[in-house]
Design a protein around this ligand. Structure first.
Ligand SMILES: Cc1ncc(C[n+]2csc(CCOP(=O)(O)OP(=O)(O)O)c2C)c(N)n1
Length: 505
């Protein structure tokens, strides 16, 4: 449900950017099928509330309403009037009484398409296990295999003459071949329209830019994108600067926050706010809906043509996580800007202090966690995210950072690098990320006074470091140095903020 809303938003935005009179080059409906479970899950309410607000008139939801879920009748846990709820969200609602009546479903879809101001919600009343005399309308049809006898009885009941399991009759293939031919004509018509559009509006070569991945090498070699700083500045502010530089280089960048843009520093200046009235706006306002926001981000990315980011406080990554997991599973390079990662965020108290979230996200496969410690590492984080084709990036922007401007920091793109070294073989290597890097550098200086040789390694992204060559990793963390410590603040019963040292070996 959430991803469909994202796809419909992407369509509406791209149509506003690209369509010209007589040239509706972006013009499609977004259909999504859901069951009772989808309507029970909170995410659909989050997403549909936003869809209604944004007037996503080309979103069409088909609700398979069989009133059965795993534990039995949905009456045991779900009695609200779903249609009234959808109306309240701003949807047009339509009901099909008999889910086997294909013509009635077709007619309902036409009614849905005719209203382009409101999204549409079609309730289609169905029976689970339709046609199986012993199981029709029963929860047992959901999860249990029908069994040989029931399948036989169902075939007879439905007049299905084929015995072979999973058999697809020839006439189905013929039907689909016919459809493919028809749709090939539609595609040829669109291609001709697009060619004429390009002739008439040459400036719309912008289309190419929207639909091609950014040139990673050119971005990384662009010195203007490597921020340096001679005074302390929170990395979330630096991230805001990166967003505002990148937005001009990547016109298809779109994104926003779950009502925390001023804190997350995610607003794109002069890029407009996406709304029902202004779908060309690039700043998305998700409201306080972190889970739907992330699903919508996935949907926008899956639609194609746009590069999305989403944002909230790091502690609310708990609300983001199930959909971030889907980004990881699907290989969608959505960017997450999760700020205020320090456990000492303070005034809001324990509800706002992230403790276990860092470990949770670092443990997630196919997900890059980037935790920059300064201006240059923030550039590296954003450049890595903006050019990522297969991974998702997660960005943290802590509250306190060091004052540093370093040449070697481009090595942050390697995930980990030596940020402060000693002469000769170190007695100990300190590994840190984000706001703890500064602390490690200070610890190194103190220990040097005691004659200890310490190397400090900044490790903004463990996942990317892990992908480096064995030689590079050895150069940063030589095997002959047997002592390595990683740093992370941990809360204690005596209060947050005590520094814990965790032995890696
Ligand atoms: C987020 C999530 N929670 C729980 C489940 C487990 N689950 C799978 S299907 C289902 C019931 C869904 O009921 P409904 O949408 O009515 O599907 P139908 O019974 O019509 O097939 C549940 C609870 C799941 N797959 N995903």
């Amino acid at each position: 449900m959430g991803m469909a809303v994202g796809m419909a938003m992407a369509e509406k935005h791209l149509a506003a950017v690209f369509n010209k009179e007589n040239y509706p080059v972006v013009d499609h409906f977004t259909y999504v099928l859901g069951g009772d479970g989808c309507m029970m899950e909170g995410i659909s309410s989050e997403a549909f509330s936003l869809a209604g607000t944004l007037g996503l008139g080309k979103l069409i939801v088909l609700y398979d309403s069989n009133r059965i879920s795993i534990e039995g009748s949905t009456d045991i846990a779900f009695r609200e009037n779903v249609e009234e709820r959808m109306k309240a969200f701003g949807f047009q609602t339509i009901t099909v009484e008999d889910g086997t009546d294909i013509d009635a479903i077709g007619a309902a879809i036409e009614v849905a398409k005719a209203d382009t101001e409101h999204p549409s919600f079609i309730t289609i009343k169905t029976q689970i296990g339709f046609g199986c005399p012993a199981k029709q309308g029963k929860a047992s049809a959901h999860g249990e295999p029908l069994g040989v006898d029931n399948i036989k009885a169902m075939r007879e009941n439905l007049g299905w003459k084929y015995e072979e399991p999973f058999f697809v009759p020839e006439e189905v293939y013929e039907h689909y071949s016919r459809l493919a031919e028809e749709k090939a004509d539609t595609e040829a018509e669109w291609n001709a329209m697009f060619a004429a559009y390009c002739d008439e509006y040459p400036e719309m070569e912008l289309w190419e830019q929207y639909h091609t991945a950014p040139d990673a090498k050119a971005l990384i070699e662009n010195e203007a994108l490597w921020l340096t700083k001679d005074k302390a500045e929170a990395t979330r502010s630096l991230s805001g600067k990166m967003i505002n530089i990148l937005k001009d280089i990547m016109p298809n960048m779109i994104g926003g926050s779950a009502d925390l843009a001023p804190s997350n520093k995610t607003a794109m200046k002069d890029a407009g706010d996406f709304s029902a009235e202004n779908p060309a706006g690039r700043n998305l306002h998700f409201g306080v809906r972190e889970l739907a926001m992330t699903a919508i981000g996935n949907g926008i990315m899956l639609h194609g043509g746009l590069r999305a980011y989403v944002a909230t406080f790091f502690v609310f990554s708990d609300y983001v996580k199930p959909m971030a997991r889907l980004s990881a599973l699907m290989g969608v390079p959505l960017t997450f800007v999760l700020t205020h990662d320090s456990i000492g965020v303070g005034e809001d108290g324990p509800t706002h202090e992230p403790i276990e979230q860092l470990a949770m996200f670092r443990a997630m496969p196919n997900f890059h966690v980037f935790r920059p410690c300064d201006a240059t590492e923030t550039s590296a984080a954003w450049l890595s995210a903006a050019t990522s084709k297969r991974h998702r990036q997660r960005l943290f922007f802590p509250d306190r950072i060091s004052i540093r401007s370093r040449e070697a920091a481009k090595d942050a793109l390697k995930g980990g690098y030596v940020i402060d070294d000693c002469e000769g073989t170190p007695d100990l290597i300190l590994i840190a990320s984000g706001s703890e890097v500064d602390l490690a550098v200070k610890a190194k200086a103190e220990l040097a006074n005691e004659g200890k040789k310490i190397r400090v390694v900044s490790m903004p992204c463990m996942d990317i470091f892990e992908e480096q060559s064995a030689e590079y990793k050895e150069s940063v963390l030589p095997k002959e140095v047997r002592r390595e410590l990683s740093l992370r603040h941990f809360p204690t019963s005596a209060g947050a903020g005590m520094l814990a040292w965790t032995a890696l070996m």
